[in-house]
Ligand binder design. Structure first.
Ligand code: ATP
Length: 270
């Protein structure tokens, strides 16, 4: 608990066009913690993730990345500590999986002409490709990849510079059940492989939470409804309040599932 937090957000407000989008939100992510941001559509999850990714400034409050305050140091420098997986990644050239992963080092979508990775960098790319379960697809070209393979390629790409924090914005959106399960399995594997890495994952779906999720922040209308260790925060009552709908929550083998409707208190989680 003594280690410098990877991210410390204190009493942040974000106002856009006069509308409050985040209100008095605080969040501290420590090394090795894996957070999930949960909330209904429009709750402010993606806005909070952009703040964590040093992509936007708060209107009020403070954000520190590894002890450096946003606004006092170069945002681009801070971003080198953060791997942000953007599902809207635009790539025009038909690069191979291996080369897409290597563009994480140049922080570009396309391959930078005349840039050559070192042998060590190429080996790291191969390691990440294997870790994300893409070994057999390493030579495949981007346009031929399934959505699930693209998502996992982008996670490997984000990890290339060795960030301290990985941000995942709804990584399972659009995946079929097999694609979703492969993704969760791989996120689980990488969390186990690097005990220092922290992550923050945004989702609406509790079924998509990797079993290694340690902490949860429930957002409702821009406010933190609850925040803390997953087993404390993820109760049927709290999740029902977060989504303004009665929800029954269960946990089996480390994974969560939900169904609508009230159940007798003795059957509820928490
Ligand atoms: N630049 C902006 N100007 C005005 N309103 C904005 C802006 N960006 C986001 N919003 C509004 O802020 C609210 C929160 O948006 P955000 O995308 O962070 O929510 P979310 O929880 O990620 O939603 P979803 O689950 O639908 O992706 C929404 O009502 C959105 O319309």
């Amino acid at each position: 608990m003594g280690a410098t937090p990877v991210i410390r957000v204190r009493n942040v407000d974000i106002v856009r066009e006069g509308n409050p989008i985040l209100r008095d939100v605080s969040l501290t992510v420590r090394p090795g913690e894996h957070w999930a941001l949960l909330g209904a559509n429009g709750a402010g999850k993606s806005t909070l993730l952009s703040l964590l990714g040093a992509l936007v400034h708060p209107t009020r409050g403070t954000v520190e990345v590894l002890g450096h305050a946003l606004g006092r140091v170069d945002m681009r420098h801070l971003r080198t500590y953060i791997g942000h997986v953007d599902p809207r990644h635009e790539l025009r050239s038909p690069l191979r999986v291996r080369d897409v992963v290597l563009t994480g080092l140049t922080n570009t979508s396309e391959w930078v002409p005349r840039w050559t990775p070192t042998a060590e960098q190429a080996a790291r790319a191969e390691e990440l490709i294997a870790l994300l379960g893409l070994g057999e697809r390493r030579e495949a070209r981007w346009p031929t990849l399934s959505q699930g393979e693209r998502g996992r390629t982008l996670i490997a790409r984000a990890l290339m510079p060795g960030p301290r924090l990985l941000l995942l914005d709804e990584p399972a959106t659009g995946l079929d059940v097999a694609g979703r399960e492969q993704l969760i399995e791989r996120v689980d594997a990488l969390q186990l492989a690097d005990q220092e890495l922290s992550s923050v994952l945004v989702t609406h779906h509790l079924e998509e939470l990797p079993p290694g999720t340690t902490h949860v922040l429930l957002l409702r209308e821009g406010r933190a409804l609850a925040s803390g260790p997953a087993q404390d925060v993820l109760t049927s009552d709290r999740v029902s309040a977060c989504f303004a709908h009665p929800i029954h929550l269960t946990r089996t083998d480390g994974r969560w599932s939900v169904r609508a409707g009230r159940t007798p208190p003795r059957e509820r989680v928490g």
